[in-house]
Write a new protein. Structure first.
Length: 130
């Protein structure tokens, strides 16, 4: 399949092992995977080469996932966002609630079943039935 016809997934995570694992998993399912180490970098990647779905961590240096979700909603309001994190709160607030309120489609708590992420990305990027 021509790469331009494949669905693109932007993975934003400060952990290089997580990025490479998710890249391998998603590419093995036929997705083109774009990578970023933090939210600011993720926004730059999205502006250059828009992804169909974003998978982002919450707790990252430089620009965290909550700020990233907020900025994506401003610039790319229709791009679905999947949040993943091992943490549980931000300043006493449950990050999952905050992420959903800002427009995240789904929140996955680490460690999560890789199959769940793949199925979710496939579901989100599946073209609508006509």
């Amino acid at each position: 399949m021509d790469e331009s016809a494949k669905r693109r997934v932007l993975v934003i995570d400060d952990n290089p092992d997580v990025r490479s694992t998710l890249q391998w998993l998603l590419e093995s399912e036929g997705f083109v995977v774009l990578l970023a180490a933090n939210g600011a970098e993720g926004l730059k990647v999205q502006r250059r080469r828009p992804a169909d779905v974003v998978v982002t961590d919450i707790f990252m240096p430089e620009q965290d996932g909550i700020e990233t979700i907020w900025q994506f909603r401003q610039e790319f309001p229709h791009v679905p966002i999947i949040v993943m994190s091992g943490g549980s709160s931000i300043g006493g607030s449950d990050y999952a609630v905050v992420a959903r309120e800002l427009g995240a489609k789904k929140v996955l708590r680490k460690p999560f079943d890789p199959r769940e992420l793949i199925e979710l990305v496939q579901q989100i990027t599946r073209p609508p039935l006509s």
